[in-house]
Design a protein around this ligand. Structure first.
Ligand code: DGY
Length: 331
């Protein structure tokens, strides 16, 4: 116990020394960086709350909850937050705004990578590629059979986009050469400029559900879109439809999705995002052959992750200099 106390005291002294050091450097106008030098995130919350004390700026990724508790721990020096993500549902915008903290994020640079992965996930799900490789490897591959491992093709299909933005457009542009017959979309309001790029028709949520052969979710997670893909939506979809989500797990009611997939209400689902992440391996969705689950890798290409890092760093530095960031959220 005595040793424990001493270690704790030593840690405290070290923290205090760092704080004074930071203070001096700030007075001199120097920048000092403290890096979580590990791919293991989230940073243990207790450690994060300690480490942020007194910082002027913070770069984070989507696994870190930036809320009142963290902002209080950081204290009044914190003026700039830069998230290395296009999504910002992990940030309490209200708390940031209240404290006058500017926020940078990383849209656009990941659009190609996310669109590409979405197409890959859609084809993997609709053409049952995971089941097929499993059968080939495990001895299930018998003679050629007429209806074995049949799936659904994009040619002549209707593709629905829930939430039309840059990523939805990029997905449609990539799907078009597969001879998709029609693109439809829904959003809080028509988005004619974006829609005209892909010749997409604005429809109601119900029409989106009932007409789509492939329904891809591209909306941000907000209080309004939470659980928007639920029993009501799935029950209106065709039982030959494929549901794809590369936005945020929170937009889907996973129990309702499980029900829709296991009852044959819809044909299949491809998810790059879930609640929680990681999804426990014991989760019922993992038991379904018609559900393909990826571990949130839509933006995971070397070039995109480099571009996201550079943009996040530049946003932060510009924010610190009091200049406009390259990509800044309007709070
Ligand atoms: C984001 O940036 O929000 C993606 O989900 C991860 O790249």
């Amino acid at each position: 116990r005595e040793r424990e106390m001493t270690e704790r005291e030593r840690e405290q002294r070290e923290r205090e020394r760092k704080r004074r050091d930071r203070e001096k450097k700030r007075e001199r106008g120097d920048r000092q960086f403290d890096l979580w030098d590990s791919d293991d995130v989230p940073v243990p919350r207790k450690e994060l709350l300690q480490k942020v004390k007194g910082v002027d700026a913070l770069v984070c990724v989507l696994t870190e909850k930036i809320d009142a508790e963290l902002l209080d721990a950081a204290g009044p020096n914190l003026k700039v937050l830069s998230t290395m993500s296009v999504g910002f549902d992990h940030l309490s915008l209200e708390e940031l705004k209240k404290r006058g903290i500017r926020v940078g994020y990383t849209p656009d640079v990941l659009t190609d990578s996310v669109a590409e992965l979405t197409v890959a996930l859609l084809l993997t799900t609709s053409r049952r590629l995971i089941e097929a490789t499993h059968e080939a490897k495990s001895g299930g591959w018998g003679t050629w059979r007429t209806l074995w491992l049949c799936g659904y093709e994009l040619a002549n299909s209707t593709v629905g986009i829930l939430g039309l933005g840059r990523i939805g457009v990029a997905i449609a542009e990539r799907l078009k050469p597969f001879k998709v017959k029609k693109f439809i979309y829904t959003d809080v309001a028509p988005r004619p400029e974006l829609a005209s790029l892909i010749d997409a028709e604005y429809v109601s949520m119900d029409e989106l559900a009932s007409q789509s052969d492939f329904l891809t979710v591209c909306c941000a997670l907000t209080p309004e879109t939470k659980d928007i893909c639920n029993k009501d939506l799935f029950s209106k979809m065709k039982n030959t439809s494929i549901f794809i989500n590369t936005s945020r797990g929170g937009v889907v009611d996973q129990e309702d999705l499980y029900e829709a997939l296991s009852s044959g209400q819809i044909a299949g689902a491809g998810l790059d995002v879930t609640v929680p992440e990681p999804l426990p391996t014991s989760h019922p969705l993992f038991t379904l052959n018609n559900c393909v689950i990826l571990p949130h890798i839509a933006s995971a290409s070397y070039s995109t992750r480099n571009a996201m890092s550079a943009l996040a760093a530049n946003n932060l530095l510009l924010g610190l200099k009091g200049q406009p960031m390259i990509k800044e959220l309007k709070l």
